[in-house]
Ligand binder design. Structure first.
Ligand SMILES: NC(=O)c1ccc[n+]([C@@H]2O[C@H](COP(=O)([O-])OP(=O)(O)OC[C@H]3O[C@@H](n4cnc5c(N)ncnc54)[C@H](OP(=O)(O)O)[C@@H]3O)[C@@H](O)[C@H]2O)c1
Length: 352
């Protein structure tokens, strides 16, 4: 993937920038680097110089046309870390220009911490231009100081995935120390955070993956019990025996929900934030007979984002980074995600 021109040498030349944009639906190979104007922050907005960004499954789904409300051409990317370059008027932001920052990709959540406002909320990177660029404009309220203990690449790996995992475990499931959490598909970007956070909170974890290698890596991160769902179709029965499973956090969908209902204890909580493998069909009897709570969740409120950053601030937790790619290799990065080859987050370095 070639750039249209060399990087500018000095800050004063930053009138134009490179951005990884999608012009048409057709998969990751349709992404290309364009030379576009640097956006200007309006009232209440901030311009952030991006140093590192990261992929989420959402970016791949958008390239495949599997996402609502796609508007093209568009700079993709929800995750980003860098420096605060400039503030527009009336931001009330106390962060100084040049400070290292990380961006909350949840735009316009609204006033109710229980649920986002469906009229005002959206996720950075569609329909708004996102973080796969040298600069991005976001609401100043979405700019937070980067946790000091994390590198730019580590900080870029956090926002969307860690926010989702944090809300799923703590705000929705209200996980308590000593409980057991089932984490299907532990190799995913969000699920590696679910594992890290659950262990940090003193929970026991049972994880699944389609790859033995990923299960070994999960064990190294503290997973207590592992199953390969590809080679062990009755993993849910074995997981139930290895339980008691109090909480399930899932995004794989398909048959996983029915298996989770089978595996969970009476009174357990199942939190769902995605359906990578498609819709689920479940038997109702075990659901109501076991008094199971099924909880939906998506992204997180500003309170969730701040709580998650506090969690990361100590430096005790490091995001799991699968690989770091330069922007020119974004197609290879997104293709790796499309085939679920990764363990953890795929990061994009945005070079000067
Ligand atoms: N609602 C929200 O706010 C929100 C936020 C973030 C993500 N999501 C959704 O959550 C999903 C994961 O996102 P991500 O960015 O973490 O994606 P990702 O990094 O690509 O992870 C993909 C996941 O799918 C798992 N998987 C694939 N086949 C599976 C199977 N047969 N059984 C169990 N797991 C299977 C993978 O597990 P292994 O590789 O270990 O097998 C991995 O955990 C996507 O559908 C995404 O759209 C929703």
């Amino acid at each position: 993937m070639a750039r249209e021109k060399a990087w500018p040498a000095t800050q004063s030349e930053w009138r134009r920038m490179h951005a990884l944009r999608l012009h048409e639906i057709g998969g990751p190979e349709k992404l290309r680097i364009d030379d576009v104007p640097v956006p200007e922050p309006g009232a209440g907005e901030a311009l952030v110089r991006i140093r590192a960004a990261a992929f989420n499954r959402r970016d791949v789904f958008i390239t495949q046309g599997l996402y609502p409300g796609i508007v093209l051409p568009k700079t993709l990317g929800s995750d980003g870390a860098g420096e605060l370059a400039e503030l527009g008027p009336e931001t009330g932001c106390s962060i100084e220009a040049g400070a290292e920052v990380v961006i909350d990709p949840m735009l316009g959540w609204g006033d109710d911490p229980r649920v986002w406002d469906t009229k005002s909320s959206s996720i950075l990177g569609m329909p708004h231009d996102g973080t796969f660029a040298q600069f991005v404009v976001v609401p100043a309220a979405n700019v937070y100081r980067k946790p000091k203990a994390l590198s730019m690449e580590e900080a870029a790996a956090i926002p969307l995935a860690a926010l989702t995992a944090y809300r799923a475990l703590f705000t929705r499931a209200k996980l308590a120390a000593g409980e057991t959490v089932l984490i299907p598909g532990v190799g995913g970007g969000v699920q590696t955070f679910t594992l890290l956070f659950a262990k940090h909170a003193g929970a026991r974890t049972i994880v699944t993956s389609g790859s033995d290698e990923k299960l070994e890596r999960a064990t190294a991160l503290g997973a207590d019990v592992t199953f390969n769902y590809a080679t062990t179709p009755d993993w849910h029965k074995r997981a139930r025996a290895a339980g008691p499973i109090d909480v399930v956090v899932d995004s794989s969908g398909g048959e996983t929900l029915a298996k989770a209902i089978d595996a969970i204890v009476p009174g357990g909580r199942i939190v769902i934030y995605g359906g990578t493998r498609g819709e689920a069909t479940v038997k109702l009897f075990p659901l109501f007979w076991k008094h199971v709570s099924v909880l939906g969740t998506s992204m997180g409120s500003p309170q969730d984002f701040a709580g998650m950053l506090d969690f990361m601030e100590s430096g005790a937790l490091k995001p799991v980074i699968d690989r770091v790619y330069p922007m020119e290799e974004a197609v290879a990065a997104a293709t790796r995600m499309a085939s679920s080859g990764q363990f953890g987050k795929i990061v994009l370095r945005i070079d000067a």
